[in-house]
Design a protein around this ligand. Structure first.
Ligand SMILES: [Ca+2]
Ligand SMILES: [Ca+2]
Ligand SMILES: [Ca+2]
Length: 111
């Protein structure tokens, strides 16, 4: 069975609006069946609603597809903070198994 892994993301915070943290989710081999996996964000030192938008959903890889991207909005502010982290965790893989199931979102403060 092919294996799913998620990478880390790095984004420099803005001062307003939001910027996108992009997490690549990859399959280590082509699958002949449709692969699905759930994902959800979780707090680290960064808080949902304050620093980033809570995001969850399901990715679908059609047979032959190897790479998808999860996008999480990171909110801008003008508060002097430490650099902060949150995570995106994969769960419930269908027709695949999990390799690295946790991606770290690194937010670099710019204030
Ligand atoms: Ca800022
Ligand atoms: Ca912030
Ligand atoms: Ca800030």
């Amino acid at each position: 069975m092919p294996q799913l892994s998620i990478g880390d993301a790095r984004v420099t915070e803005g001062d307003d609006g939001s910027k996108k943290a992009r997490f690549a989710v990859t399959l280590n081999a082509k699958a002949d069946k449709t692969v699905r996996v759930n994902y959800a964000t979780g707090n680290g030192t960064a808080d949902a609603g304050e620093d980033y938008r809570r995001t969850k959903g399901t990715l679908t890889f059609k047979p032959g597809q190897r790479r998808k991207t999860i996008t999480v909005p990171v909110f801008g502010d003008i508060i002097d903070e430490k650099n902060e982290k949150f995570q995106v965790t994969l769960s419930k893989p269908r027709n695949a198994k999990l390799g690295d199931k946790r991606g770290i979102g690194n937010i670099r403060d710019n204030d």
